[in-house]
Design a protein around this ligand. Structure first.
Ligand code: GDP
Ligand code: MG
Length: 177
């Protein structure tokens, strides 16, 4: 078994807990139950006939919990930094998290940026709700060497792909445990 410790970071209400719920239980809730502190969940997937166990720390986005974040990302091999594609403020917050990860954990962590809630993009016509320009996203991803996914915890689009790709990015340890 390869174990991957993963942390979710990002502003409140962008859908971090919903992404985890979709991945772990293939479920979605419209109602909002803010995470207090952090939640721990695990999920196993198969990759190349081997088992990968994700140990997931889903953190709270509220400012008062921000000082706790280093406890969760310090030992993580992967981070999902989540923003809401219809909310420019949440994108700026995501950039702050990426900055902090680079300063505090450097190259020892694989970072995936996730633009969530893509189901909301086209409600009033062609991409009218998209708050972040694609060029801006591309620049950030190139500059910071990020994986980038657009997803919807509500419809399930791309959620499993995020974890599959992360699983591929993290090398097997020399000795299996
Ligand atoms: P967190 O604070 O980042 O953990 O966000 P939550 O997972 O608690 O979600 C906040 C709110 O956004 C909830 O009401 C969810 O139902 C809703 N939500 C989460 N993901 C999506 C999504 O992909 N699409 C839509 N339309 N709503 C979502
Ligand atoms: Mg939450």
């Amino acid at each position: 078994i390869l174990t991957i410790k993963l942390v979710l970071l990002g502003e409140s209400a962008v859908g971090k807990s919903s992404i985890v719920l979709r991945f772990v239980s293939d479920d979605f809730r419209e109602s909002r139950e803010p995470t207090i502190g952090a939640a721990f969940l695990t999920k196993r997937i198969i990759r190349d006939d081997k088992v990968i166990k994700f140990e997931i720390w889903d953190t709270a986005g509220q400012e008062r919990f921000a000082p706790l974040a280093p406890m969760y990302y310090r030992n993580a091999q992967a981070a999902l930094v989540v923003f809401d594609v219809t909310d420019d403020g949440s994108f700026h917050k995501a950039q702050d998290w990426i900055q902090e990860l680079h300063e505090k954990v450097g190259d020892n962590i694989v970072i995936a940026l996730v633009g969530n809630k893509i189901d909301l993009l086209n409600i009033q016509g062609e991409n009218s709700n998209r708050a972040v320009k694609e060029a801006e996203l591309q620049n950030l991803c190139k500059r910071e060497n990020l994986l980038y996914f657009e997803a919807s915890a509500k419809t399930g689009e791309n959620i499993h792909e995020i974890f599959q790709k992360l699983g591929q990015k993290i090398p097997y340890p020399q000795k299996c445990t």
